[in-house]
Design a protein around this ligand. Structure first.
Ligand code: TPP
Length: 238
């Protein structure tokens, strides 16, 4: 969730539901202001479409013709609540019409369908400055977090969905098309597992950061009066 990488142009994952939306609109405004043909993709879960920042962000993006595609991954459950129980309009792609924005829904388990529709919307955002909303319908394979036993659904449902996971389907399609063989696909999986294990080992063997470093990079440039007070520090220093 807390990854950020300028090199790969990932502008971060944010712990606050909807916190990414105004930032993404700001990035799209920067692109529009500076010129160039970049486009922002702003990803969120379906639970995020009920928070105020969602509506404020879509409104501004549409009013100002910003190059941004809002991508809603509708995995049908926000924490433990289904989209039907939390959204008065569960056809989330329709929400775009409130802002005279194009809204589309695709099968999120179909890799090519997502690629094709996303490409079309990205091109329109880039060429015409028209933002769009893309809803990719999927399903959540695991509980919300390690403390969620996901008792709100049956294991039968999950196992059916697991068989239709996009990674599983896409692997099978590539093997059938002769792009991969069973052996090369298995080798790739082993390679990826090894990379993940190495990353976990690196993280676990790395030292914990110093508490004082909590404030590093809060601002891009020095800011006068920027407080660096930690919880146990005195309120005033003389
Ligand atoms: C403003 C805010 N309210 C509540 C939470 C607690 N919270 C974390 S994730 C989540 C559900 C988000 O649902 P969704 O966007 O569908 O994401 P998913 O569950 O699919 O990851 C909630 C309510 C939060 N992080 N921020």
């Amino acid at each position: 969730m807390h990854m950020y990488d300028v090199a790969t142009r990932l502008l971060g994952g944010y712990a606050i539901v909807g916190g990414q939306l105004p930032l993404a609109v700001g990035a799209a405004l920067a692109i529009d202001y500076r010129g160039g043909d970049d486009v922002v993709i702003c990803q969120m879960g379906e639970g995020t479409t009920n928070i105020g920042a969602f509506h404020e962000s879509l409104n501004i993006a549409a009013l100002w013709n910003l190059p941004i595609v809002f991508l809603v991954i509708n995995n049908q459950t926000g924490m433990g609540t289904t989209v039907e129980k939390s959204s008065a309009e569960p056809d989330l792609w329709k929400r775009a019409s409130s802002y005279r924005m194009r809204g589309e829904r695709v099968d999120g388990t179909d890799v090519l369908a997502v690629r094709d529709m996303a490409s079309e919307l990205i091109e329109t955002a880039r060429r015409e400055g028209k933002p769009a909303l893309l809803e990719a319908v999927s399903y959540r394979l695991k509980g919300h977090s390690v403390v969620d036993p996901a008792k709100y659904r049956t294991s039968e449902t999950v196992s059916v969905v697991r068989e239709n996971d996009p990674v599983v389907l896409w692997r099978a399609a590539l093997v059938e098309a002769g792009v991969l063989t069973e052996d090369s696909a298995a080798a790739m999986e082993r390679e990826i597992s090894a990379e993940v294990v190495a990353a976990v080992e690196f993280a676990e063997s790395s030292p914990h950061p110093e508490p004082a470093s909590l404030f590093d990079f809060n601002y891009a440039t020095p800011v006068a009066g920027d407080s660096r007070r930690l919880p146990a520090d005195p309120l005033f220093t003389h």
